[in-house]
Design a protein around this ligand. Sequence first.
Ligand code: CA
Length: 217
Amino acid sequence: MRILLVEDDPQLRSLLNAGLTAAGYAVDEADNGRDAHFLGDTETFDAVILDLGLPMLDGLSVLKRWRDAGRKVPVLILTARDNWSEKVAGIDAGADDYLTKPFHMEELLARLRALIRRASGLASPVLQCGALALDTRSGRVTLAGQPVALTSHEHKVLDYLMHRPGAVVSRTELTEHIYAQDFDRDSNTIEVFVGRLRKKLPAGMIETVRGMGYRLT
Ligand code: CA
């Protein structure tokens, strides 16, 4: 899953980036509203963390522009303490959730998981596909109750596929959602990760749809 992190405070931004990366997210950053708007307009993200007080273009305007343009990406806004009117304005502008500074990383991660889940139409934090289960809270993957050991890239691919049960996911889509923009992307490596995943999962669970991509069944 790929996150756009918009925060102009360099210290907070690097703290959040480290926490998100450790939780397995691919992270792109922006430190001002103009860059944030451009990235959200041109790149694909699974969720956006958007500070409202930003240089060049404020967060509320960025959010309104995305929503006016029909962009549906889940957005979690970061608001200043004791500023209830900012929360109201943010939610009315199309934010899906908010956090008031200062907050705990754990709470940010929990809200993010919920946003991404809901955007996929999934209610439970434990994603299921037959005997395969992925607990989005702990990252634990089990097959018929037995733990499955995955590398971080295998985990990212499986996590994305399990958020889209039954859907055909192309290699390009997978590449866009598991790597940040500055990463040297190569969709051939996706094939390698899927190949390794297949060896750890029941035969036929990850189907190849010729010319289109992969489907979890
Ligand atoms: Ca700020």
